[in-house]
Design a protein around this ligand. Structure first.
Ligand code: GDP
Length: 372
């Protein structure tokens, strides 16, 4: 992190092309390149890019082509998926050179304020920062936790940052695939820090943990029992915990919360072999504690690279990724079998009526495969 350079210096940076691609409509209407009028007005009319053009553009760090490549990845149209896979194969050897950081916390904890503060400090220090979100609910709301342009305003104008809202994959599995593939695009394009934000609900954090090197949990001090409402499972996968909003009247409460979480974490298995999860206070809004967190992430990377844990985790993540892709494809293939499509409604009704046990119904459907 560059020292002594305040964010104010960089406020004068000229606004670059719009980096926040609004919504994700372009991603699932089957039209790569249709994502934003403001982003690229001149090149909309279906002008198809060859895979080589995508590859060259990504490797050259061309923002327009990076955006289009992500839209291609997000498209559910078969020919786009085929081209996206071709493209990914080409750029894969150029990927991997970033630190991937997952960031979670309940809405309001200060994730976007923190990402803005961290991201701006990092770009000031010469890094290229990509920010993504994993928010499967965005397909319902047609928006995204990162789709709102008022969030991360400064970072979104920074030419060395690229903010991408959550793809609307429909399912967490779909969103996860698209996010993983987008990480590869960003890395091949030279982004050396990838931040993946997720809202602290349900299965999201576990999924994001499976695609990042370092996982950060942002909490705030609240009244009463500090541990209430925090799922133990999330603390177990965190490599660092931040008690945010440690400012003004809240400093004392934040320090107390830190002590309490430190005690709690003491009894948990480390999220990463050989690494002790620490609890820290920060004030994202004032930029306090941000540099310290980055120092911790840097130290973590050095320590886990030296011990081999870093690469081992990435290899394991790739293996698990293969299996989740397999599961997805098998499911798709199964549910598109004509025999299954025609038999399913009747069998479903029988299960709903209580005339057929669900387990037996499942076997009956699976047996159709043998016959087809
Ligand atoms: P997110 O939903 O987790 O992304 O949270 P936001 O970053 O949108 O922050 C939620 C609210 O908390 C906003 O009004 C922020 O201005 C405020 N906030 C964020 N960080 C801090 C902080 O460090 N101190 C204080 N006092 N407020 C903060």
């Amino acid at each position: 992190m560059a020292e002594g350079k305040s964010r104010k210096d960089s406020k004068k940076k000229p606004p670059s092309a719009l980096h926040v691609v609004q919504g994700v409509e372009g991603g699932h209407d089957g039209m790569p390149g249709s994502e934003s009028k403001a982003f690229r007005p001149a090149r909309r009319n279906n002008n198809h890019l060859t895979t080589n053009e995508y590859v060259d553009g990504i490797l050259a760090g061309d923002r327009t082509i990076i955006g289009r490549a992500i839209t291609l990845i997000e498209s559910n149209a078969r020919q786009h998926q085929e081209q996206a896979q071709e493209l990914l194969k080409e750029i894969l050897p150029h990927s991997g050179n970033s630190i991937r950081v997952g960031i979670t916390g309940v809405p309001g904890a200060g994730k976007s304020t923190f990402i803005e503060a961290l991201g701006c400090q990092l770009t000031d220090a010469g890094n290229k920062v990509a920010v993504m979100a994993v928010d499967p609910s965005s397909s319902l709301t047609k928006g995204s936790i990162l789709g709102d342009k008022t969030r991360m305003e400064q970072l979104s104008r920074d030419p060395n940052a690229f903010i991408r809202p959550s793809p609307s994959g429909g399912t967490l599995g779909g969103v996860a695939r698209k996010t993983r593939e987008t990480i590869i695009v960003f890395e091949a394009a030279g982004f050396n820090v990838v931040l993946v934000e997720t809202i602290g609900v349900g299965q999201n954090e576990i999924t994001v943990r499976s695609m990042v090197d370092f996982f950060l949990l942002i909490l705030i001090a609240g009244a009463g029992d500090e541990l209430q409402g925090i799922k133990r499972g999330v603390m177990e996968i965190a490599d660092a915990i931040i008690i945010n909003k440690a400012d003004g009247d809240n400093i004392k409460a934040a320090k107390l919360a830190r002590a309490e979480y430190e005690r709690a974490i003491h009894y948990l298995q480390p999220a990463t072999k050989g690494w002790n999860t620490g609890v820290h206070t920060a004030s994202a809004i004032h930029g306090d504690g941000i540099k310290e967190i980055w120092d911790i992430i840097t130290e973590y990377r050095a320590a886990t690279k030296a011990s081999g844990v870093f690469d081992e985790r990435r290899r394991e993540q790739s293996r698990l990724w293969l299996h989740s892709m397999l599961e997805e494809r098998i499911k798709e293939m199964f549910y598109s079998q004509p025999d299954v499509v025609s038999a399913l409604p009747k069998i479903e009704r029988a299960v709903m009526d209580g005339s057929l046990p669900a387990a037996q119904a499942a076997w009956e459907i699976l047996n159709l495969l043998d016959k087809s």
